[in-house]
Design a binder for this molecule. Structure first.
Ligand SMILES: NC(=O)c1ccc[n+]([C@@H]2O[C@H](COP(=O)([O-])OP(=O)(O)OC[C@H]3O[C@@H](n4cnc5c(N)ncnc54)[C@H](O)[C@@H]3O)[C@@H](O)[C@H]2O)c1
Length: 353
């Protein structure tokens, strides 16, 4: 490994990991010194989240169950009003990146601490970054207040995550690890986590697709997602930019979009980041990074084409224009023609060459 100069920042959060660990929820709220918790969920998960919240007893202030993907600004403002009306002094986000993102949005303006109980592999719980949409454009903001103070990783809560959602979400986590290996802030500590995150997820996801109730695979995938979330703080590159553009402006499903674009974005960077590519390939147990990712996704039964997600070929030029208006730093130079060619291959779902 070539050791280049680097800066490493570790972010403070408390992680409680293990099957059954959600039983510690009330104790963890007490540990934060909070007394009135606003519990957050998506509409579809409200019933099961209420069951989890019942362990809070008098600490339960209420449930806000309108979390949606890409956190539209209006939803964030509505949730902040509810938090204030209930006189909440902490938020408990039980769910995937959408629910955790809403908790962060509340924290940003109110300063309320967030306790996250992730039930997907988005990794959002380990970052002080939040994506929100306003007027059809997705933007990201970063503020230390948004980093969840406590994260409870209970793999038992993921046993019901459907195999297709698990596979896509796991690839979203792998995408964080991959870009952390070549992001501007890459450093040796995060590199270790990124490679291990890819290894854990690539081993666990096929087992989960075979048997979604495989407890060991669920634990390993959640462990990989934790590592992936930590690596996300290192920075991101072209792949995440394209997915934010597609997700925010075309309202595409976040994790599924990551899965489709990842092999193509990695292929785009292949020659500019050879060391990172070698690590990705090694972690996947594949000959080469881009094709290894593509083949893993085929094995997981994921959708492989942007056209499968409803993107029309005629939209691709607009995606490139929006993505290039404020591009992220990227190992390979980001050019209009290059990115358009990348998206055309992703649109058709071609195996990277
Ligand atoms: N800021 C960050 O660091 C970061 C990182 C990754 C993702 N995100 C954001 O997170 C959002 C996407 O998150 P996501 O991919 O986790 O999707 P999500 O949170 O929308 O969850 C996907 C679906 O799965 C359901 N679900 C969640 N857990 C379940 C379970 N255990 N069993 C059954 N169903 C379950 C949800 O109700 C939802 O319908 C996007 O808005 C994205 O921008 C942010």
């Amino acid at each position: 490994m070539t050791l280049k100069p680097f800066t490493y920042v570790s972010l403070a959060s408390r992680v409680v990991f293990g099957a059954g660990s959600v039983a510690q929820l009330a104790a963890e709220v007490d540990r934060l010194g909070a007394r009135r918790a606003l519990v957050l969920s998506t509409p579809g998960r409200a019933a099961s989240v209420k069951v989890i919240a019942s362990s809070l007893g008098a600490r339960y202030a209420g449930l806000y169950d309108k979390a949606v993907m890409h956190t539209p600004l209006e939803v964030a403002q509505d949730a902040r009003r509810v938090a204030q009306a209930l006189d909440a002094d902490c938020c408990i986000a039980v769910g995937g990146g959408s629910t955790i993102g809403l908790g962060k949005a509340i924290a940003l303006t109110t300063g309320l601490p967030v306790l996250a109980v992730p039930t997907t592999y988005s990794g959002s719980e380990m970052t002080p970054i939040q994506g929100f949409t306003e007027g059809g454009i997705k933007r990201t903001q970063r503020d230390a207040k948004m980093l969840p103070k406590t994260v409870i990783y209970d793999p038992e809560l993921t046993l019901g995550l459907p195999p297709a959602t698990s596979a896509a979400s796991g690839m979203n986590a792998i995408a964080h690890c991959v870009e952390a290996l070549y992001a501007l802030g890459a450093n040796p500590v995060v590199t270790l986590m990124a490679e291990e995150g890819i290894r854990a997820l690539a081993a666990a996801l096929p087992a989960i697709v075979r048997d979604p109730r495989d407890a060991n695979a669920r634990s390993e995938a959640l462990y990989g997602a934790w590592l992936a979330g930590v690596t996300l703080n290192t920075g991101i590159a072209l792949h995440h930019k394209l997915c934010h553009t597609l997700g925010g402006t075309w309202n595409l499903p976040h994790a599924e979009t990551h899965a489709v674009v990842l092999p193509h974005a990695v292929r785009y960077n292949r020659d500019a980041a050879p060391e990172a590519m070698a690590r990705v390939a090694r972690a996947l147990g594949a000959k080469e990074a881009a094709t290894g990712l593509y083949d893993l996704e085929v094995k997981l039964g994921l959708k492989m084409k942007l056209s499968d997600l409803g993107v029309r070929e005629g939209d691709l030029e607009r995606v490139v224009k929006i993505a290039l208006e404020a591009p992220y730093p990227n190992p390979a130079p980001v050019t209009y023609d290059g990115v358009l060619a990348l998206l055309k291959r992703a649109h058709a779902g071609l195996r990277p060459d």
